[in-house]
Design a binder for this molecule. Structure first.
Ligand code: SF4
Length: 474
């Protein structure tokens, strides 16, 4: 992680005003010219702006990447990618033209170093070889499925639920937290599947919310709601708005950035206007939450899509990015991203999640102390309401601001967290592994820093523990 904002920081001569650590300036948005790529040489602006064209020309495999890039990339890159897909990838490849176009394709080295490439098209040499996965990493590391009230409806917080409507997205991110469920199976991960049929599942979710008046806030997610046929999404959200206790609805769609063309379609804009009007009439709030990790992803088309949704009447478009090493792990990268969102696209910087403890994510993850330093470094530049909070999603707890930990063993990289509410599991309704837990509010819950960030004594402790476990197992 780079905490220095730029080389001039702190080096002013006596009597000379010191530079600010971050120099704010407005940067006009840019839609890079897709025709620079051999496979898209003849693609017109009308095709580019068509959601159907974008979906039909996603890059899903090596062959398609090669066909697009021609000889812009060395063979070594393709070999690196092929090995990652065979041995490590937890998500299958699916990159929209819109996202690929924002990557630096000027050389193999530039492509390899590109922040968006690093999380959308991971290669084997990106990953750590010492500890590719943390020993405490897990599929469904947040235990969402254990907290399902009905299939796909996670009731973790007292007043809020997460409704996973579908297990697909228009784009797949290498670090996806829901790698357990979302996307196609990969050689490394056989995905779980919902068992109930979609109409039955969605109906069961609505029934649960009708009989659970304590829930006021529904995150409608997936996957990505942009992959649901509009009529089905509108019908579900319309039904939610008929439930008296539902006051806040947030639609989760990374596609607002990855496939802005979807949200610019006439059918979607008109439908969103109807939903926003219904929400307004009820005094409920309808918002869109998107997922942008790098400033370069905020292009004029993304800004148009966000503004179209605001014009349609949604209360807010907010960003929930993920903090990732090599992608956005510097104060300048986070501030550039936040200002691009806020100033140029009307998107509210909201949260930055620490990358969760899923398998093969150690090269992306940051330590809690690194996240704390980043939070400190970005304070004071943005308006308070638009300063993103860096949060750690602690297993069995939920989101905590990174300074909220109760204790921290820096040598072993173990942070301890507490909580002030019971999840669905602990009130006994979930019926999961923990059952009703009388100590839920007094116990401490653990989160782990990547082992490669620890001092040698801590790394040795984890090595010894792994050797002991191996001995015991074999
Ligand atoms: S868009 Fe969200 S749900 Fe879909 S792959 Fe990316 S992180 Fe996962």
């Amino acid at each position: 992680m780079t905490t220095a904002l730029h080389p001039g920081a702190g080096t002013a001569r006596p009597g000379q005003a010191a530079d600010q650590p971050y120099a704010y300036r407005r940067r006009p948005l840019e839609e890079p010219d897709w025709r620079r790529l051999p496979g898209w040489r003849d693609v017109t602006a009308a095709e580019w702006e068509s959601a159907q064209w974008q979906r039909a020309h996603c890059v899903k495999n090596l062959r398609q990447l090669r066909a697009l890039m021609g000889d812009l990339l060395d063979e070594s890159f393709y070999a690196d990618l092929e090995r990652d897909q065979a041995e490590r990838a937890t998500m299958s490849m699916l990159v929209t033209p819109q996202m690929l176009n924002t990557m630096d394709t000027s050389s193999t080295e530039a492509f390899h170093a590109d922040p968006v490439r690093r999380y959308m098209i991971p290669v084997l040499t990106d990953r750590r070889t010492d500890w590719p996965s943390h020993p405490c990493s897990a599929r469904d590391s947040l235990h969402e499925a254990e907290m399902w009230a009905v299939e796909g409806l996670t009731h973790r917080y007292p007043t809020k639920v997460l409704a996973e409507l579908l297990p697909t997205c228009p784009q797949y991110c290498g670090h996806c937290t829901r790698m357990d469920l979302v996307g196609n199976s990969t050689p490394a991960v056989a995905k779980h599947r919902f068992t109930a049929k979609p109409p039955d599942r969605l109906g069961a979710m609505l029934d649960y919310l009708r009989r659970t008046p304590g829930v006021r806030d529904v995150v409608v997610s997936g996957g990505d709601v942009a992959n649901l046929p509009w009529a089905r999404l509108e019908s579900f959200v319309g039904d939610l708005l008929d439930i008296d206790n539902v006051r806040d609805i947030r639609l989760a769609s990374k596609a607002l950035m990855g496939l802005p063309q979807h949200w610019l379609q006439d059918e979607v804009r008109a439908g969103m206007e109807r939903l926003a009007a219904k929400a307004h009439a009820r005094g409920a709030h309808l918002a869109i939450h998107t997922h942008v990790n790098a400033a370069q992803s905020v292009t004029p088309l993304v800004a148009r899509a966000a503004r179209a949704m605001l014009e349609a009447g949604v209360r807010d478009v907010r960003n929930q990015g993920v903090l990732l090493r090599g992608v956005n792990d510097s104060p300048a990268a986070l501030l550039d991203l936040s200002f691009a969102l806020l100033d140029e696209a009307g998107i509210m910087p909201y949260y930055l999640y620490m990358c969760d403890m899923i398998p093969y994510s150690e090269h992306w993850r940051l330590a809690v102390w690194e996240a704390q330093e980043l939070q400190h470094a970005i304070m004071g530049y943005l308006p308070g309401f638009a300063t993103p909070r860096i949060v750690c999603d602690v297993p069995y707890v939920g989101k905590r601001w990174v300074h909220q930990l109760a204790d921290y063993d820096r040598e072993r990289g173990v942070s301890y967290w507490t909580k002030n509410y019971r999840t669905g599991l602990e009130v006994g309704s979930g019926g999961g592994a923990r059952g009703a837990d009388p100590d839920a509010l007094t116990r401490r819950y653990e989160y782990y820093d990547p082992i490669h960030t620890l001092p040698e004594a801590g790394r040795a402790w984890w090595r010894d523990r792994a050797a002991e476990e191996e001995g015991a197992a074999g």
